[in-house]
Design a protein around this ligand. Structure first.
Ligand code: CA
Length: 423
């Protein structure tokens, strides 16, 4: 255990990490990172940024002295980037001994307990007063919750920031189309029953599952509670949204008798085959097979019915078109390209901007003009124009991106075509 603390320097003669390295020869980086973090927490040092020297004021960290060896850990605020470096060349043999460990530490995703205890206390208070949760149990629960640095990296680079021609390639693959046909055949009766009852086409439900999780193959690798807590407590730009989802999550765990530490999901806390956020699960998940559980992880019937219910509750229009290709001449159409996704223009108005639609619709139909960036040919970037209808807007309620909705639509059509061709 650490015996003494002086300023930012720790005398760590019996420091657990050092002993572990020496004794075992080969270190287990995960254990060691957690031990280091645990040790700092125990002495109440926290991770307050402090300059390690006059000459490198931007670098923060703490220097540990352990007999003849120095090990430097660098902590970058709460993100806890951690590198293990040999301190001096004269320690080269020892440094070589440590090298594999340093590499491991650089490669693993670093975990950390929650630092922002004020926010956690506030959140727990809310759960206690608004929903009658047990304060002690919530305190215990959040002791086990981890902040994940790699989640903070991923949230800042969503795929929806790509141009369409790159985004499309992620989803429009033979494997995903074939997977859709296979999933459809294996779940034909549930899909038919749900389509008949709700009017949501089977190919749209299948394509949603294809885009979200490759039909349940990739449902995420993070504990949902870690994902929601990381983004709720350590990602200020979207903190209110994710704290709301964390609240919903704890409520759904209580209602469904789930241990909150168990469910696994995406880096953003989306769960199961349809990747429902907790608020969506509570509002839209349904039990299809009648066992009174809404199992969006394992029960395909429940999954299919839940996706369809999501669309029904967002006003899916049975039998109506989704999105239609259009052509434009001149530049007048550009005035209709604004960011909002809701159909905002009567077809008659769109045609007055020299846009022609490839399918006849009543002139008072409301549409949304959308441009999708194509692979540039030479100097000139190209774009494809489409008119989105109400049902296209409904798909964007699942993920607020025109790229997402277009990928779902095009994948649905490819699956439908391929299924039709295979006897
Ligand atoms: Ca069920």
């Amino acid at each position: 255990m650490i015996r003494q603390v002086k300023g930012t320097r720790l005398k760590a003669q019996n420091y657990p990490l050092w002993f572990k390295l020496k004794r075992d020869g080969v270190c287990n980086p995960v254990t060691h990172v957690l031990k280091v973090i645990g040790a700092f927490k125990r002495i109440g040092w926290g991770f307050k940024p402090r300059p390690i020297s006059e000459t490198s004021p931007k670098i923060i960290g703490v220097k540990l002295k352990a007999q003849n060896y120095s090990i430097t850990f660098w902590f970058k605020y709460i993100t806890c980037t951690l590198r293990l470096l040999p301190f001096a060349l004269r320690l080269l043999p020892f440094a070589l001994h440590l090298a594999p460990c340093a590499l491991c530490l650089a490669l693993i995703s670093c975990t950390d307990n929650i630092k922002d205890t004020k926010s956690v206390d506030k959140f727990i208070n809310k759960m206690v007063t608004a929903h009658q949760f047990d304060e002690g149990k919530l305190n215990d629960l959040f002791q086990s919750v981890e902040i994940k640095e790699d989640i903070l990296k991923k949230i800042s680079k969503p795929a929806e920031g790509m141009p369409w021609y790159k985004y499309r390639k992620i989803f429009m693959t033979e494997a995903r189309i074939d997977g859709g046909v296979k999933f459809w055949r294996e779940n034909e009766s549930a899909l038919s029953a749900v389509e008949q009852k709700t009017g949501v086409p089977a190919e749209i439900i299948v394509a949603i599952l294809g885009v979200e999780t490759s039909y349940g193959q990739k449902t995420g690798n993070y504990r949902v509670i870690d994902a929601l807590s990381t983004l709720g407590f350590a990602y200020p730009p979207r903190s209110p949204f994710f704290l709301g989802e964390l609240e919903n999550y704890l409520l759904l765990c209580r209602d469904e008798h789930i241990n909150p530490l168990e469910p696994i999901g995406s880096y953003a806390g989306a769960m199961g085959m349809p990747q429902f956020m907790p608020s969506s699960y509570r509002a839209y998940a349904v039990d299809f097979n009648g066992d009174s559980y809404r199992d969006i992880w394992h029960n395909n019937g429940d999954v299919i019915a839940s996706v369809a219910n999501y669309f029904v509750k967002h006003q899916w229009q049975p039998g109506q078109a989704i999105v239609i290709p259009v052509n434009a001449t001149g530049d007048a159409y550009k005035t209709a390209l604004i960011r909002d996704l809701k159909p905002d223009l009567r077809l008659a108005k769109l045609e007055s901007l020299n846009v022609t639609i490839s399918r006849s619709l009543p002139l008072n139909t409301k549409v949304k003009l959308l441009a999708f960036e194509q692979e540039p040919l030479g100097q000139k970037p190209g774009e494809e124009l489409w008119a989105g209808l109400d049902n296209f807007y409904v798909i964007t309620r699942y993920n607020h991106s025109p790229l997402y909705a277009m990928a779902v639509y095009q994948l649905s059509q490819s699956i439908l075509n391929k299924k039709g061709k295979i006897p």
